[in-house]
Design a protein around this ligand. Structure first.
Ligand code: NI
Length: 167
């Protein structure tokens, strides 16, 4: 197990577009394992490679109460449906939360860690995480989607440990 250094704002790597993965090899598998360890250590529901300083299109997502960790290589959202207002945080913007509009349902496609194509139909927290993480690999953060500055707030110190829905 290895924990990677979590990048936080204003690290410029969070604002860069990650490159498509063209080769799935042993070093990529090691990176994926370390990303999963790092996400779990931070109690996150998702993590994108940019957040550990790697500009490759790799995302891991683990929704609480699902016994599955999703590894998505070159993920793309192919369809969005409906809207809902959500509260969101990000491991790269510690101590803050925001309110923004996300899709009700999304469909995504990607490769799994073996390079096999996968399609995902998602709603709820999984849809939100898919949008949040695919944003990350394009250099976009949730704070870019806020309607106004007052939709971002700082957590009180006693709430700062409650990071279960950050990604
Ligand atoms: Ni994030």
């Amino acid at each position: 197990m290895a924990l990677l250094n979590l990048r936080t704002l204003p690290d410029p790597v969070l604002r860069q577009k990650a490159r498509r993965v063209s080769k799935i090899d042993d070093s990529l598998q090691k990176l994926i394992d370390d990303m999963i360890d790092t996400m779990r250590d931070a109690s996150g529901v998702g993590l994108a490679a940019n957040q550990v300083g790697v500009l490759q299109r790799i995302v891991v997502i683990e929704i609480p109460e699902e016994d599955e960790v999703r590894v998505l290589i070159n993920p793309e959202i192919v369809r969005r449906e409906g809207e809902r207002v959500v509260e969101e945080g990000c491991l790269s913007i510690p101590g803050y939360r925001g309110e923004l509009t996300r899709s009700l349902k999304v469909r995504a496609r990607a490769l799994d860690r073996d390079g096999k194509p996968v399609r995902i139909k998602a709603e709820g927290l999984l849809a939100q995480a898919l949008e949040h993480e695919t944003d990350h690999i394009n250099g976009t953060l949730y704070i870019d989607h806020l309607e106004s500055p007052d939709k971002l707030w700082k957590l009180e110190p006693e709430q700062a440990g409650a990071q279960s829905e950050e990604s």
